[in-house]
Design a protein around this ligand. Structure first.
Ligand code: ZN
Ligand code: ZN
Ligand code: ZN
Length: 165
């Protein structure tokens, strides 16, 4: 769990039980350290998203919350998602208007996403705009980048056979 730019989580075979367990543990530890309240509904929404490496919209999350016996009002899910996104436990995928659990919890980073257009799997890696051509252009313009949205659409390794002829 170290290194500058870890391999994107989500497309490869991996110990998925560990994804969920370490993701929840990291969120709990950070909330305890920073005095944030990880309420049962916030924790459940995070758990739901950690179980998928796929983006889920608010309504899909709401359905799963309802199945798990939580409140069924949309504001409940929206408020939990706002909290989780604000603190970086989940990220919003603008393109899909949906959310994914952060694959690198506990570190401050700008995410970059690879989104499979066939199965909607999402893998997260880190974006380092300051080092790329955008960073160079920004420096030349005297512009300081605070946030970028990097969402690449394509085909994941599992689906590649379906498109190659
Ligand atoms: Zn996993
Ligand atoms: Zn992240
Ligand atoms: Zn795919």
């Amino acid at each position: 769990m170290s290194g500058e730019n870890p391999a994107p989580v989500g497309f490869e075979q991996h110990d998925h039980a560990a994804c969920v367990g370490t993701g929840l543990a990291a969120a709990e530890a950070r909330c305890a350290a920073e005095g944030l309240r990880l309420t049962p509904v916030r924790r459940k929404v995070l758990e739901i998203l950690l179980q998928e490496h796929r983006a889920l919209g608010a309504y899909a999350i709401l359905d799963l919350l309802r199945e798990a016996g939580f409140g069924s009002q949309p504001p409940v899910a929206y408020r939990a998602l706002d909290f989780l996104a604000e603190h970086g436990f989940v990220h919003k995928i603008e393109r899909l208007n949906a959310f994914v659990a952060c694959a690198h919890p506990g570190t401050s980073h700008m995410p970059a996403f690879m989104i499979c257009r066939l199965c909607e799997a999402v893998a997260e890696t880190r974006s380092t705009p300051a080092r790329g051509s955008l960073g160079e252009a920004a420096r030349a313009a005297g512009f300081q980048i605070e946030r970028t949205v990097v969402e690449a659409e394509g085909v994941c390794p599992k689906c590649i056979d379906k498109v190659s002829s």
